[in-house]
Design a protein around this ligand. Structure first.
Ligand SMILES: Cc1cc2nc3c(=O)[nH]c(=O)nc-3n(C[C@H](O)[C@H](O)[C@H](O)COP(=O)(O)OP(=O)(O)OC[C@H]3O[C@@H](n4cnc5c(N)ncnc54)[C@H](O)[C@@H]3O)c2cc1C
Length: 395
């Protein structure tokens, strides 16, 4: 595409004022930028003190005189809440939401559902097996909570398949995770529909995924059932949506189930692999009392970790090393004691939702990364936390 070349001389000539001895131009008529143009002559006339023999200027009332100030456009404030009353169609998102909280991957899933819904006046319905916080901010217009046994993936898939059929959703999206991926495959089998797994790019017109060891890319129009890969689509960042609770006209669910008895056995935080731990407390070079550190990990019910310096010194096992050359965490909460926050260490905690840091140096990178920071000696903070936990237990 080519643009017409400007000719400033011709433009100026178009604004020349006839009749003067010297060339004069009516600059007020020239196109102005965003800022109003000043007129120094008019300003001087305004400041001239009348009646004086010589020219005297009173500049105390200095107000620049604008030449043809462009009209200000009134920008209306964006609405606080977006309500879609009559959606043209529904896009279902089925987040994992462990313990009722959206993971970053769940937010991306809702972001992907928003892309599909916004393209044609649709609405996003979050379908879950329990109540979830913050669905509206994540982009959900409707929220449907299903009752299903948490130990029965078969029953969960049946309930979800029935809900998706009852709502006649145009698309149903699940995260490509261990739980979400399993549910998606079961739902596809129940509904007898094809499933497009591991979507890595999504628009209203096409979805793509890699295939054959990433040597080729498969592309198709957005199918009805799909799973979204992690970090493939941006989460919704716009206006908060309504997330109005709805009920689906469900068919009576079958009571037949393969599981006769089930119970939740909590993992032992001391032995759970670091990569799977939900809460990790780590010691860095600023920790000197490791007996108190281990007692703190037990009292908090957290999995112990460490920086590389501590592991190199043999104060903690190599398996406890957090970071680029250790373990990359996916914990909800990371509690860093006396850790500077070197880039290699921070890479290991990039996916942690909450970071709490204790450091004597206010300017440590770990303090900057933390959502909550205590600038104090770790040797004093650790026993104080243990004492507070004991006092709480006693009360
Ligand atoms: C190729 C490569 C890979 C690496 N991989 C990793 C990795 O995977 N994981 C990793 O951790 N490191 C890794 N490192 C090392 C990394 O660069 C840092 O050297 C290391 O993380 C520093 O550990 P630290 O923060 O515990 O110690 P330091 O850098 O010594 O920091 C100690 C911190 O404790 C604070 N402090 C001191 N006294 C106290 C006190 N009494 N109370 C509270 N705070 C106190 C200090 O202010 C300081 O911020 C790697 C390095 C390289 C070159």
């Amino acid at each position: 595409m080519s643009r017409l070349r400007r000719d400033p001389r011709t433009e100026r000539a178009a604004h020349s004022v006839e009749g003067g001895v010297r060339p004069r131009f009516d600059l007020a008529a020239l196109p102005t930028g965003k800022r109003p143009r000043r007129d120094p002559r008019a300003e001087q006339r305004q400041a001239t003190v009348p009646g004086a023999a010589r020219l005297r200027l009173d500049r105390s009332q200095r107000t620049p005189i604008a030449v043809a100030a462009p009209e200000r456009q009134v920008v209306e404030a964006a609405p606080q809440l977006r309500i879609i009353t009559q959606p043209a169609f529904l896009v279902a998102a089925v987040p994992d939401a462990p313990a009722g909280r959206l993971t970053p991957h769940d937010r991306q899933l809702l972001g992907a559902a928003r892309v599909l819904a916004d393209a044609g006046g649709g609405a996003v319905v979050a379908v879950s097996l329990g109540t979830i916080e913050g669905l509206g901010a994540a982009g959900a217009d409707r929220a449907l909570v299903l009752r299903a046994d948490e130990f029965d993936p078969e029953g969960q898939a049946r309930a979800l398949a029935a809900a998706l059929a009852a709502l006649s959703v145009r698309h149903a999206l699940l995260p490509e995770t261990a739980d979400g991926g399993d549910l998606a495959r079961r739902i596809a089998a129940d509904l007898g529909e094809p499933l497009f797994t591991g979507v890595e790019s999504l628009t209203a017109k096409a979805v793509t995924r890699p295939a054959k060891g990433r040597r080729i890319e498969q592309r198709m129009v957005p199918p009805r059932l799909m799973t979204i890969a992690a970090d493939a689509v941006a989460p919704h960042r716009g206006t908060t949506h309504e997330a109005k609770a709805i009920e689906a006209p469900l068919a009576a669910a079958s009571t037949a189930r393969g599981i006769l008895a089930a119970e939740l056995v909590p993992a032992d935080p001391a032995t759970v692999p670091l990569a799977e731990a939900a809460f990790v407390v780590s010691a860095g070079n600023g920790v000197t009392d490791f007996d108190v550190f281990r007692a703190l990990a037990v009292a908090l019910g957290a999995t112990p970790g460490a920086s590389r310096v501590v592991c190199d010194a043999g104060l903690m096992p190599r398996g406890a090393q957090v970071g680029a050359s250790g373990t990359v965490l996916e914990a909800n909460c990371y509690f860093a004691l006396g850790i500077a926050g070197a880039p290699q260490h921070l890479q290991g905690v990039a996916k942690c939702e909450h970071v709490v840091a204790v450091n004597t140096d206010l300017h440590a990178a770990m303090i900057e990364r933390a959502g909550l920071a205590v600038v104090a000696d770790a040797q004093q903070v650790m026993p104080a936390i243990i004492a507070a936990l004991k006092a709480e237990e006693g009360a």
